[in-house]
Design a protein around this ligand. Sequence first.
Ligand code: SF4
Ligand code: SF4
Length: 462
Amino acid sequence: MIKRSFFGLAKPRFVYEPLDSPMKPERIPMPRKATLHFDQPLDRRDALSLNPGDKVKTGQKLVLTEDSDDYIISPVTGAVSSVSAFIGDFGASRTALSIDVAEEEEIDSGFSEVSGDVSLDNAAQYLQHLPGNPPFRALADPRTKIETIVVTGLDSDLLVATNQNIVQTHVNAISRGISILKKMTHAKYVIVALPPKLLKQAGGVGGASGTEIRVISEDYPSALPPFIMKEVLGKVVPAGKTSADMGVAFFTAEAAACVAKAFETGEIPTTKTLTVIKKDLSRMLVEARIGTPLRDIFAICGITLNDRDRIILGGPMTGGAIYTEDYPVGPETDAVMVQDSAAVSLVSDYPCINCGDCVRICPADIPVNMLVRFCEARQYETAADEYDLYSCIECGLCTFVCPSRIPIFQYIRLAKYEMAKAEAEIEPVEEAPVETPEDTTAEGAEETVEESQEETAEETDA
Ligand code: SF4
Ligand code: SF4
């Protein structure tokens, strides 16, 4: 993973480890309980459209409140057992929905009724939460004009092999998915970004007309979308803009393959492939229903968690720690990593020693040592205006090399989140008014509102 220079002052190289041959994913059995996350807070209990006891089918669109545009797709068939509040990243209030899985699976017919019409609108209405999280919502905005589609076959974080394996095993599906994506977006160009080792296996992807394969380096972070924008397309995303604003849409290889499957079968794929990185850094691929608790995956992979071991959702560079094995697989979960307590490097209180390692390693040429000072001091506007906050491509390299173990990357992400929140004039989210037991969700707090749901149901019945 890391190749150190012989000369101490040169920056170390971090290298992806491309798969030499395909791996056979282990299939995780259907969970007994699935948990799904809404990005919205649980603050309008009287307007909930989902209540304990409600039946749901696989592939059914679920909305938290009747008037909501945001939806998730049920990956299982069963009955809602609870609707709970939990605290997500950066202290944001979110909602978790638990479903007791039924023995017999029923497939919802909503998508199959419209799947004959290959359109961006239908994709945005039903396929936003396909495995790989394709950006259909953003693309369906009439102001967005997509010229180029980029399909990435190299996973964006180190040690992760999810999309590489899909390239090796689903070339034809990716190719058909690309044709569908071209048709619905009217994109002129399609680029498939691959490391040199996958060129041979992925040769068939280049068959779709207008599709070009571009080789990307095996040096981290060459597979991150902002890096591909700059190095492959020669475009720099300006501060506050996205690649979609510049006419470029990114899809993972998994998302492209799932698009083909969805439109060809009329059923929404609900099984996620993910890389499990064990304590000894060996890796396994698994296929699990979205909503499956990580605990089920660890059991199949033979992983035992001990006190102070750490679970990281994602890879070693950009993943985030979570505090419970009950955390579910989501459509965006490409990897889960377990670190032995002895290998966990704790954040320290050491001050910055101005060594300059973060500045030397930063691929975006940011004065990181200065940026982090302003982020730490919560002076976010200065960080953005004077120290290139928005040029950060979120690779995590600075945190990895910092000898003072300052969580630079996390400070930067928090700064961007706070700036976005301020710009959207989002009100601070109210804390849930009841006790929150620890260690039940991502950031440790969950509040079950089953009882209040039942009360609401009774009132409605009356
Ligand atoms: S995460 Fe750190 S190293 Fe990476 S681009 Fe941002 S500031 Fe630079
Ligand atoms: S790597 Fe850490 S200690 Fe060194 S200059 Fe950057 S923030 Fe300071």
